[in-house]
Write a protein that binds this ligand. Sequence first.
Ligand code: HOZ
Length: 429
Amino acid sequence: MTIGSNAAEFARAQQCLVGGVNSAVRAFRAVGGTPRFIERAQGAYMWDVEGHRYIDYLGSWGPMIVGQSHPKVVKAVQDAATRGLSYGAPNVMETELAERIKALHPHIERVRFTSSGTEAAMSALRLARGATGRTKIIKFEGCYHGTADSLLVKAGSGALAFGTPSSAGVPADLAQHTLVASYNDLPSVQAFFEQYPNQIACVMVEPLPGNMNLMMPDDGFLEGLQAICRDDGALLIFDEVMSGFRVALGGAQEVTGITPDLSAFGKVIGGGMPVGAFGGPASVMEHMAPLGPVYQAGTLSGNPIAMAAGLATLDLIAEPGFFADLSEKTTRLVKGLIAAAAKHRIAFSARSVGGMAGMYFMSQAPKNFADIQTQDSEAFKRFFHRMLEQGIYFPPSTVEAFFTSSALSESDIAFTLEAADRAFAAEAA
Ligand code: HOZ
């Protein structure tokens, strides 16, 4: 069904929305061309306003792990909606979702819900500063923790894709407290602790980064961060907004075996609705209002519709074999992409963890921000468009991970790999 044109809708949107979008990377500036205006999505597919169908490897940038409009999630949302859209008062579903998060993360005794991953990371950071009485923080070049001022320094994701990893509008007075280390480089972290002993509130890290494309921690890296933080009295914060409930039921913590002090979540725990959360031991979390002096609040925090979507999604991903199936499927897809590229002698690598994957137009998978900068971005752009034209929607950026869902079928994977074979053949020609 054709109900419009992407180009016409984009022109119209640019007259009322900044750049025609509500999140910079959606404008396709990193890859060129016209953004697709999505009319509907179901299972493993999205359809644009021109009626084109796409296999969805964007997954709304991570949340849609059970596919779009899963009947059990939709039913939970519909049921919740009949009981009210927002209360601004406690509801039992908040407690139930917090109990699930606690059960899957042994270090978490208390949870606070927010409406986005940005808010979760921002609030965890304020809590770390409030609880330790320290000001400085360490983050990693290319890691992205949403759009809070202190964290938008040498950030990844859209900020990096547009060459503005440090945003205008962030006061230098504030940014000076954000120390930027290199991912997988413990000495770069140690050096800051030597320079600023007992002054660093926290180290915030994406344990499995997905915002400078998917990176993997070297053996001992996260363990080293944990030891350095413990020695100095700083808090280790895992930003699992992307990796949480996505790489495994227990997230990166389950995959790596390293326990942080605080964790921030988003995406999958909202099942497609706006939810963020952060949690940790009661001794730290209870520095927050109403029990302590660190203020944090939100009108839509713990929203009943969002909690219902999150609970239904967590029910589905906790089913036996869910992650084994998803991992196996994703591994097969990634191996197929590598084989297709090799057949046409394209410099390409790829990898995955659970339902999260990365592809890189370089022969060795990168280990940090500096590495990923060396990939052939132009080759990625051509591949992205060749795939899009064949009905495959990958994230429109060289620095974003891509996502699979349980709705993805064998024939979807085969279709993707045949399209990739043609795209790599065209690249080689
Ligand atoms: N920057 C987020 C992904 N890494 C979300 C982008 C979006 O929703 O447009």
